[in-house]
Design a protein around this ligand. Structure first.
Ligand SMILES: [Zn+2]
Length: 235
């Protein structure tokens, strides 16, 4: 009986909430409270895919409805993807969870409550070439694991493209500043930060003083090897 009810709700939600390649939502967005205790009013839902990015999971997008952000955060992210298309025409970026339509608590995330947090899948590279195998993992992407050098045991020679990641962060910061916002906090697994800061663009991220979490509880730290979490703030 219970299973039937869940299936019914699933089908219902998929009908009401199917994937769209256009943003959804209107009105003045308001992010209330903080990322760890807050809500979202008149948010925007990300398109399911764009020319060089896609949302990581059909279930997360439709059934759990977790691709909502403040309208400015949507514009910032879309402009950054557009710019990355010129820098990295061969790359496809992976967008992961942001907030629910009205924000609020969203298991298992401790933040993501007011439409200013986004998880971005780490870009991958193999011998200098972009790799996209992780784009097909769906919700299991959160379970991917990388060692301290950013290598994954899943496939040989595939590693995190720290330079592309740093450029993405710089591009997001530029687009944010244009709109009276900034990158307030980045969360990346602590072990991976030295490799990140070694890249040319990683050095610029450091010089600009974009804040990265300095210490994390182990469970949180372990989760942030397959994605980088960003909180945007209002200036
Ligand atoms: Zn996150």
């Amino acid at each position: 009986m219970k299973i039937k009810r869940i299936l019914f709700l699933l089908v219902l939600s998929l009908n009401f909430n199917s994937c769209s390649n256009q943003p959804r939502g209107k009105g003045l967005s308001i992010s209330e409270g903080s990322v760890s205790k807050g809500s979202l009013e008149n948010g925007r839902r990300f398109p399911y895919r764009g020319s060089n990015f896609k949302y990581f999971s059909f279930l997360s997008y439709t059934f759990f409805n977790r691709a909502w952000v403040h309208s400015k955060v949507l514009d910032i992210s879309l402009e950054a993807y557009e710019e990355m298309e010129h820098t990295y025409p061969e790359k496809n970026f992976l967008l992961m969870e942001s907030s629910q339509e009205k924000g609020g608590r969203m298991w298992p995330h401790r933040t993501h409550q007011n439409g200013t947090s986004i998880d971005f899948g780490v870009p991958l590279v193999k011998k200098g070439k972009a790799r996209h195998l992780h784009n097909y993992f769906g919700i299991y992407h959160y379970l991917m694991a990388f060692d301290e050098d950013g290598q994954t045991g899943l496939a040989k020679n595939i590693s995190i493209d720290f330079e592309a990641m740093a450029q993405h962060i710089l591009t997001l910061e530029k687009a944010a500043r244009k709109r009276g916002m900034f990158i307030k906090k980045v969360i990346l697994k602590i072990d991976l930060k030295d490799d990140f800061y070694k890249t040319p663009s990683g050095k610029i991220v450091k010089r600009k003083g974009i804040y990265f979490a300095k210490a994390l509880p182990k469970t949180i730290d372990d989760l942030h090897d397959d994605h980088y979490h960003i909180d945007f703030g209002f200036l």
